[in-house]
Design a protein around this ligand. Sequence first.
Ligand code: GDP
Length: 323
Amino acid sequence: MAAIPRDGRVFVAGHAGLVGSAVVERLQEDGFGTILTATRSELDLRDQAAVNRWFAAERPEYVFLVAGTVGGIMANSTRPAEFLYDNMLIHGTVVEASKQVDVRKLLYLGSSCIYPRHAQQPITEDQLLTGPLEPTNEAYALAKITGIKLCEAYRAQYGCNFISAMPTNLYGPGDNFDPVGGHLVPMLMRRFHEAKEAGEPKVEVWGTGSPRRELLHVSDLADACLFLMDHYEGPGFVNVGTGEDIAIRDLAEMLRDIVHPGAELVFDTTKPDGMPRKVLDVSKLHDIGWRHRTGLQEGLLETYRWFVEQDPASVRGLSISAP
Ligand code: GDP
């Protein structure tokens, strides 16, 4: 299979987000000449007519569909309508417009929360739709499942070369550091940082600390996305992760030691634990020839260095507290 041409017209849908910005950076590193992007005000990805017009004018040949309304466990469980509506529409419009202009290849990004709450760990791809979902992220998971099925249906019915990847929990520079709606790593990193600045010795961690999560650095995910575009064409989707997980308590201690050594962790068990464990079986991805590179300790350190170097006004989720 030929790698996608570096002089092709590539659209990164969702370029301003954590994943999209890492994908754009990875494509630039690899010498792609035409990387198309559209801001939210230029193009509402939930509007099929607008998306069709944009595709007809810009004529992308390759699409990274990494756009979506995303968030951590609290955002997911308190805003189910937005998570379901936005995400169903976004993948619907982009997939349909891609078919209309004969996009040569599209990569759709799902999420590891598509799998049943009690899936066997590590989670193999074939466990999709084998049991009830985790309630705290059911709306998002349902939208992502229909996205995968949509790509498979367009492949089966229209012969479109659309593939899907299922990333595990992500972190890295450019994350959303919102104090309520963010994911585990940026929220904890921010809380440890603010406690250190305030001279506060106790730091709150949500839940019991016993759930386990797998964490992948976003630059590794971006690399895997390009790798799959270049080297994978099968009908089934592919898990993307490290295959290694860590208890929330151990992760919190790791972050504490990086950001605010000596601080005491206080577990707030009124907050949800969510999935008891989420770690992907990445054998399929390893067999195709890709492995992650960034170790967790190294990736967290690098993300923290990035965080402290930013102007608060330019960090997503921090603008509200910016001077
Ligand atoms: P999930 O992987 O879809 O459940 O989403 P998150 O990335 O938000 O991770 C949620 C897990 O981390 C749950 O087990 C939470 O109890 C735990 N957790 C601990 N502290 C925090 C925190 O400050 N923010 C978030 N989002 N989760 C936390």
